[in-house]
Ligand binder design. Structure first.
Ligand code: AHE
Ligand code: ZN
Ligand code: ZN
Length: 376
């Protein structure tokens, strides 16, 4: 039977800086190459509140935010072959078409096949599947998981094992692969390496998890909120530094002193603080230390350091979605969770209803919540 328009609940971002509002919206059927998904669970990532704040250069309103979700395929458009109704899936904000220059390069996960329209809040054909009483509503990051139903491109869908609990593996939509992949793919942490993690939220914890998986030697957790060290330790951190304990010295100086000239790898997971990005770079060992920028800074922000830092062998890098090619690799992250070699449950500090999603944003902002799990 031909799929029809669905009316369902969604959290709509009407305007930058305003709380999300739960509305009954319309979700059109998937067009050719598209997939309509019944979202079962979503979480919230800092980037959702970043875009809602109005600081995202690509933010368009009204839109439906959300990019950490999991669900079940409800219907597929013409020509879709890789998934079918009933399949359990995770929507991907970094797609994997396997045929664009980027996908074929073997050098990056940044598939560009639909990047232009995705950045404008539209499906690849330049239109939206979301509306409310005839008024179009924009998509977000190609995923829009704050809705009971969403439509995404086929290349933006990772098919996962049906046994996996969707209220947990929804976290594999962003934070966990981003941090874990930054350690494994982007930095290529080696056994015995010394690693520093600036910021111990969901991303930092995932870097810690990845560094431990790679058998790093010292794993240094850095945060100004020492309550974060409890989970950091559980995830594998060996050393703990609160920069507020060193009010008279830049933290990079402290780290270079304490760790024999600096660390092999540093990871900036601070939520977009460009001063911390600099401190992370300057904590690296002369000659080879590399620093990975993970978080998203406000529109207009710039990073700086003395060029001498790079001349003397430190390397500044960045990563999106941890370098992970989602359709190929996310099913393996699900398997690792199922066989006990990847932690997910420990991140979920709150269970919230969709109606309370603004509270989730708030709790995350004040550092109370690592990740909420929100059933749709
Ligand atoms: N739209 C922003 C940039 C936002 C951004 O950098 N997004 C990250 C993912 S954040 C996940 O929580 C990303 O993957 N970027 C790669 C890409 O292609 O967007 C802006 O500055 O305009
Ligand atoms: Zn995210
Ligand atoms: Zn591609």
């Amino acid at each position: 039977s031909t799929p029809q328009t669905i009316t369902c609940k969604a959290a709509v971002a009407w305007k930058a800086g305003e709380p999300l509002k739960i509305e009954d919206i319309q979700v059109a059927p998937p067009k050719a190459g598209e997939v309509r998904i019944k979202i079962v669970s979503t979480s919230v990532c800092h980037t959702d509140s970043f875009t809602l704040s109005g600081m995202d250069a690509e933010g368009v309103f009204p839109c439906i935010l959300g990019h950490e979700g999991a669900g079940i395929v409800e219907s597929v458009g013409e020509g879709v072959t890789s998934v079918a109704p009933g399949d359990h899936v995770i929507p991907l904000y970094t797609p994997e078409c396997r045929e664009c220059k980027f996908c074929k390069s073997g050098k990056t996960n940044l598939c560009q096949k639909i990047r232009a329209t995705q950045g404008k809040g539209l499906m690849p054909d330049g239109t939206s599947r979301f509306s409310m009483n005839g008024q179009p509503i924009f998509h977000y990051m190609g995923t829009s998981t704050f809705s009971q139903y969403t439509v995404v491109a086929e290349i933006s869908v990772a098919k996962i094992a049906p046994e996996a609990p969707l209220d947990k593996v929804c976290l594999l939509g962003c934070g966990i692969p981003t941090g874990f992949g930054a350690a494994i793919n982007t930095a290529n942490v080696q056994p015995g390496d010394t690693v520093a993690i600036f910021g111990c939220g969901a991303i930092g914890l995932s870097v810690i998890q990845g560094a431990k998986y790679a058998n790093a030697g010292k794993i240094i957790a850095i945060d100004i909120n020492p309550s974060k060290f409890v989970l950091a330790k559980e995830f594998g951190a060996t050393d703990f530094i609160n920069p507020l304990d060193y009010p008279d010295r830049p933290i990079q100086e402290v780290i270079v002193d304490l760790y024999d000239g600096g660390v092999d790898h540093s990871f900036e997971c601070s939520g977009g603080n460009t001063k911390i990005m600099r401190a992370a770079l300057e904590s690296c060992h002369k000659g080879w230390g590399q620093s990975i920028i993970i978080s998203v800074a406000n529109a207009g922000e710039e990073i700086s350091t003395r060029p001498f830092q790079l001349v003397t062998g430190r390397v500044w890098k960045g990563t999106a979605f941890g370098g992970v090619k989602g359709r190929t690799e996310i099913p393996n992250y699900v398997k690792m969770y199922m066989d006990g070699s990847l932690k997910i449950d420990e991140y979920i500090t709150h269970n919230l209803k969709l109606e309370d999603i603004n509270e989730g944003f708030h709790l995350q902002h004040i550092g109370e919540c690592i990740r909420p799990s929100i059933p749709l």
